[in-house]
Design a protein around this ligand. Structure first.
Ligand code: NDP
Length: 303
């Protein structure tokens, strides 16, 4: 089945391509890929991905005509949308840009998918919640974003739900992997240069290895190719909840075991108030992942 991977240069987009290379079980899936500004990814580490990749097309999802033409030309049977404006702090001052990509871009994809009678898998975020819950968030829990990024992603969800009947929205959290910019890579880089790191310990969430999410998405795509039509919104994240401090500690320990670090930095716990950022973060954003297990037989994994 031909799938259009939107956002091929992003962290998750690259993980999806790597998962396809690594897992023969998904050999029925054929990707046609698009990026926005960055056709020269990946810049660094993945040899196998570099060696095997075919050139992606350049396309801006905020351009409805371009989205429509792409689908008419390439005739994908499924759209996988990993593209988003993901700069959480910059979104506070770039409100139009965040909404343009996360709302209007999602709407364009959903409208064209619906017109062409093809399904869409769209990725969303734990940041649609305000973080005031004390038990893991169910899909039905009311969303109340507390920053621009979360609000723009929530609008993206609503437009997908309204505009395209055949949709799967996957809300995920705290993506980490060998690709793109993410917390794990930042911590390893800082740990190599600093003796001490101060990390926030009062925000709790579930780190998610993006490679596992990529496999979950490909599993869904393979099921859709076989005719499965269990549409809706689902949560998928790693099965361990922790704080950013807890995640940093695990990353530093792992890196030092693998002898990547010459000296192991001291980790200091701090509170959100000690580290003010432009965008507020939900203090608690653990997602309940039972529905995706029941509906799609996809199990949350370790990170
Ligand atoms: P990245 O920031 O790594 O990648 C974003 C991608 O979106 C890039 O490929 C970028 O293309 C593309 N893009 C941006 N603007 C446009 C546009 N106008 N038209 C077309 N493509 C565009 O994101 P991730 O891979 O980390 O995130 C994947 C998904 O997961 C997103 O929906 C995100 O909201 C969600 N998510 C991410 C989390 C995280 O921790 N990273 C946590 C929870 C959810 P280019 O590089 O060419 O500009």
């Amino acid at each position: 089945m031909k799938c259009w991977l939107v956002g091929a240069s992003g962290q998750l987009g690259q993980c999806l391509q790597q998962a396809l290379i690594d897992n023969q079980v998904f050999s029925s899936i054929d990707l046609v890929k698009s990026v926005h500004t960055n056709p020269d990814y990946p810049s660094s580490e993945s040899f196998s991905l570099k060696a095997s990749r075919t050139k992606p097309f350049k396309l801006d999802i905020t351009d409805f005509d371009a989205v429509k033409l792409f689908v008419l030309t390439h005739k994908p049977k499924l759209i996988i949308n990993t593209a988003a404006y993901t700069e959480v702090d910059n979104a506070e001052s770039n409100i139009d840009k965040a909404y343009n990509v996360n709302h209007k871009g999602a709407r364009n994809l959903a409208l064209v998918a619906n017109q062409s009678n093809i399904p869409i898998i769209h990725i969303s975020t734990d940041f649609v919640f305000d973080g005031q819950a004390t038990i893991p968030y169910l899909e039905a829990h009311s969303s109340r974003p507390i920053n621009v990024y979360g609000a723009s992603k929530r609008q993206g969800e609503l437009t997908i739900q309204q505009a395209c009947s055949q949709h799967v929205i996957i809300r995920t959290s705290w993506l980490i992997s060998e690709y793109g910019n993410n917390f794990a890579k930042t911590i390893i880089r800082l740990a190599q240069n600093r003796n001490e790191l101060r990390i926030v310990d009062d925000q709790i969430g579930c780190p998610t290895y993006a490679g596992n999410l990529a496999k979950a998405i490909l599993h869904m795509a393979a099921q859709i190719a076989l005719g499965k039509t269990t549409w809706g919104t689902f949560h998928y994240c790693g099965n361990v909840s922790t704080s950013w401090y807890g995640l940093a500690k695990a990353i530093v320990e792992e890196a030092s075991v693998q002898r990547k670090l010459l000296t192991v930095p001291i980790l200091q716990r701090i509170n959100t108030l000690d580290y003010p950022l432009p965008a507020k973060r939900p203090p608690y954003s653990v997602l309940d992942c039972q529905q995706i297990k029941i509906a799609w037989d996809i199990e949350a994994c370790d990170w």
